[in-house]
Design a protein around this ligand. Structure first.
Ligand SMILES: *Cc1c(COP(=O)(O)O)cnc(C)c1O
Length: 395
């Protein structure tokens, strides 16, 4: 037998964390890493945050799980809080981002089919999109590396270049249900859509009664300095998927929708065994307690500006390697002039700094949202030392 007990689908690196303390991860041999990856935008309060930890501990001891056959005071209170603080009128709770996107896809299709327009089933999505790893969500991207070997995929998706409004409008026909788009592409390379692009999608949806679906699984939950990135753009979706940071490390997701958009999601149309159980809701509530606290979002914006400024200052010192900085708030990307994967590995293995590689040679910089200036200074020091000691592999 050569297969490992853990199905070998991940190219796991040599970092083997066993403990976390705030913005640091500690490995099996006691080595420390500055964690500017945050479990890919998940641990938004860092590791071991006392309020989040206590909320989970208390709820685990009180009531961990009940079936969605029963009434849910915890789910009602949590959903009401999301509704109060977003565009949405209603929320379906999930355990992951892909499930939140799946629910968003079903909600968009049900919107049309419930009105007798079942032929309006196609969502227009965008090149380099990442929406998850289920069969539905890999069908919603045209990235070959995610799809290869899993045919036949789901019909009902069409693909346009990201941020290209004319190309997107050209695809609209009588089968179009709407658009599915990340306002800021994450895996694709921290690419913010332009405001006119998202506004134009909103306008065509209004004109043709289509659904605008935002995938805010990575850019949502305070990461941009807004609770959700759509606020940054001033463009409101009909349906939105949220996950990653939403539970601060507890597996959780949500599909949010307006009352109108959710008209097809009636009793019996959807479900999840675990989705929105009391333990998950306690984690979600604890995260909202912190990010909705007076001043927290402003603090994220200010920290993001300081981190971005520090990164921009560093570029001229390493202009052979560093190209530019992109992103919003604390969802930042450092674009390199060569492969980012090798540089991310170098920072990790030789400088104790964790970041994440993304498309377009981008190093994703996704720190916990509650970092302070000492963390920024340490990050810049490690990044600078990493750039100085780095030789890009031969192309
Ligand atoms: C991570 C991610 C997903 C998938 O989330 P999972 O929890 O891994 O299923 C979907 N969309 C975007 C934009 C993501 O970044």
């Amino acid at each position: 037998m050569t297969i490992t007990p853990l199905m070998p689908v991940y190219p796991r690196c040599a970092v083997r964390p066993v403990r976390g303390e705030g913005a640091y991860l500690i490995g099996e041999r006691g080595e420390r890493y500055l964690d500017f990856a945050s479990g890919i935008a998940v641990n938004l309060l860092g590791h071991g945050h006392p309020h989040l930890t206590k909320a989970i501990q208390d709820q685990a001891a009180t009531l961990m799980h009940v079936s969605n056959l029963y009434g849910s005071p915890q789910g009602e209170a949590y959903a009401a809080r999301l509704v109060e603080n977003t565009f949405a009128d209603t929320v379906f709770l999930t355990n992951s981002g892909a499930e939140a996107v799946e629910c968003a896809i079903k909600t968009a299709r049900a919107y049309h089919s419930s009105a007798g327009n079942a032929e309006k089933h196609t969502l227009i999505t965008f090149n380099n999109a990442f929406h998850g790893r289920t069969l539905g969500t890999i069908s919603a991207t045209n990235q070959e590396k995610l799809r290869k070997g899993f045919d036949p995929l789901l019909p009902g998706f069409a693909y346009a270049p990201f941020d290209d409004i004319n190309a997107a409008l050209d695809l609209v026909d009588d089968n179009t249900a709407g658009f599915l788009v990340e306002p800021i592409q994450g895996e694709g390379g921290i690419r913010p859509a332009s405001q006119p692009f998202l506004q134009a999608l909103r306008d065509i949806c209004d004109k043709r009664d289509l659904m605008l679906v935002f995938d805010e699984v990575q850019c949502g939950v305070a990461r941009t300095g807004h609770l959700y990135a759509y606020e940054h753009y001033g463009v409101t979706p009909d349906i939105m998927a949220s996950a990653k940071g939403i539970g601060g490390g507890f597996p959780m997701g949500a599909c949010l929708a307006t009352e109108k958009a959710a008209r097809g999601m009636v009793i019996g149309t959807h479900g999840s065994t675990y989705g929105g159980n009391p333990l998950a809701c306690a984690a979600g509530q604890a995260v909202l307690d912190v990010v909705l606290e007076e001043g927290f979002l402003d603090q994220v914006k200010a920290t993001g500006e300081r981190l971005r400024g520090a990164l921009e200052q560093l570029i001229p010192n390493h202009d052979q390697l560093f190209d530019s900085v992109r992103g919003v708030g604390l969802m930042l990307g450092l674009k390199l002039s060569s492969d980012s994967r090798a540089f991310v590995a170098h920072l990790r293995d030789n400088h104790g700094l964790l970041t994440v590689a993304a498309g377009e040679n981008v190093v994703r910089v996704l720190p916990p949202l509650n970092i302070d200036d000492s963390h920024i200074a340490e990050f810049i020091e490690k990044l600078s030392a990493g750039a100085a000691s780095y030789t890009p592999p031969e192309a």
